[in-house]
Ligand binder design. Structure first.
Ligand code: GRF
Length: 208
């Protein structure tokens, strides 16, 4: 069988960068036919940028003040991704809202990780929302990105129990471990060409 070309993945992150690091580790462990080729951040001082430098992944900082306006900033990010021939873009704690043009440009090859069982608790502080609501099961979701906030077709989800003594931090930590696992799994499935979007549903095709 001819070898499939390895997928070039770009990650967008604004914060700590643990999901970015999990994807880098999974790709390097040979878990997926993919390589994380670039980390793009809007914040030079983010943990993600520091991790990229430690890991030897190219880090590109695109500060919003240097590209005023959402469209101009989105365009700079798009250009940086295209220049590196990225086939999949993974949002991993990217704290800027992406415009419709960006979403359209990368439709079907733009993933996000969210720390809740969508469609419950979209938006910010999902773990806090889950605790405040009193759910007994929380979790994480990997989904394709559409124009809404955390509304796109769902690829994978993982459930996590909520314990009576949980704080936002303990629940977030339990969810985070699952985020790292299912994000790497989703990227692997995408890289293997096994994800097919049909309306709101994502079909996972059998492996070879
Ligand atoms: C994660 O909880 C992710 O689900 C959310 O933002 C957080 C990013 O964490 N979108 P990290 O920067 O990957 O550690």
């Amino acid at each position: 069988m001819p070898e499939r070309r390895r997928l070039r993945v770009g990650v967008l992150a604004s914060g700590r960068g643990s999901n970015f690091a999990a994807l880098v580790a999974a790709a390097r462990a040979g878990d997926m036919p993919a390589d994380v080729v670039v980390l793009i951040s809007d914040r030079a001082e983010s943990g993600a940028v520091a991790l990229a430098r430690t890991e030897g992944v190219e880090a590109v900082v695109i500060p919003p003040r240097e590209h005023p306006g959402r469209e101009a900033h989105d365009k700079a990010v798009t250009d940086a991704l295209e220049a590196r021939r990225v086939g999949l873009v993974c949002l991993a704690g990217y704290m800027r809202i992406l415009g419709a043009g960006f979403v359209e440009h990368f439709r079907g090859r733009l993933l996000n990780i969210h720390p809740a069982l969508l469609p419950a608790f979209p938006g910010l502080h999902a773990q806090r929302q889950a605790l405040q609501h009193g759910v007994r099961v929380a979790g994480a979701t990997v989904h394709f990105v559409d124009e809404g906030t955390d509304t796109g077709p769902i690829v994978l989800q993982a459930a996590v129990p909520v314990q009576p003594e949980d704080t936002e931090d303990t629940l977030a930590a339990r969810i985070l471990a699952e985020e790292h696992r299912i994000y790497a799994e989703a990227v692997r499935l995408f890289a293997e060409g096994r994800l097919e979007i049909a309306g709101r549903r994502v079909r996972i095709k059998e492996g070879a």
